[in-house]
Design a protein around this ligand. Structure first.
Ligand SMILES: Nc1c(NC[C@H](O)[C@H](O)[C@H](O)CO)[nH]c(=O)[nH]c1=O
Ligand SMILES: CC(=O)[C@@H](O)COP(=O)(O)O
Length: 173
């Protein structure tokens, strides 16, 4: 019986261009996410010169900035960072929901990994826990996911020629 082929991203071939897009809202938390993401990239060998950091007001603005970065910078991966903290109105649902849905759509449409480091939490305490304290640093984790996906997709090769099929079926490539 043939062995089942298994592929996974590696961290010894992470050279490439990375763009970190940051929603500044709740910056006291988000700043730690940025530190974690940069730490992960640099400690795994990504050159500082290959890391761009773009700042927008909040999570709502992340998708547009990510889309423009994808077209103008054409990075190997994007790391989206932010902290959406539930308040006293339904606004949280809209900001968090639309941001995440748009980012996921963009990564499929542009065939480029967009790692999700956007916290969507119920309290400031939960945010702090996930920005470098007892629940890890979601910025670091998002950067790791970005590097892993860059490596895996390189192993798989491009999807040239498949986009048309997807377009014909109204799907994403
Ligand atoms: N409440 C949070 C926001 N709100 C701001 C929006 O993201 C947006 O900047 C504003 O509506 C103007 O368009 N953003 C976060 O990132 N986190 C929040 O908790
Ligand atoms: C995610 C939000 O927009 C939220 O933090 C805003 O707080 P509020 O719902 O109390 O206006």
């Amino acid at each position: 019986m043939q062995p089942i082929a298994q592929l996974e991203g590696r961290f010894n071939e992470i050279d490439g261009r990375y763009v970190i897009v940051v929603g500044r809202f709740n910056h006291h938390v988000v700043d730690s996410l940025v530190e974690g993401a940069v730490d992960a990239l640099v400690r795994h060998g990504v050159d500082d010169a290959n890391i761009d950091i773009l700042h927008v007001p909040g999570a709502w603005e992340l998708p547009l900035a990510v889309k423009r970065a994808l077209t103008r910078i054409q990075p190997d991966a994007i790391i989206a960072l932010g902290a959406v903290i539930r308040g006293g109105t339904p606004h949280f649902e809209h900001v968090a929901g639309q941001c995440n849905a748009a980012l996921n759509r963009l990564q499929l449409d542009f065939d480029t990994p967009i790692a999700n480091g956007v916290l969507t939490v119920n309290s400031i305490e939960q945010a702090i826990e996930r920005a470098g304290t007892k629940a890890g640093n979601k910025g670091f984790e998002a950067a790791m996911a970005a590097m892993e996906m860059v490596s895996l997709l390189r192993q798989l090769g491009g999807n040239e020629g498949f986009e048309d099929d997807a377009a014909d079926h109204g799907g994403v490539a």
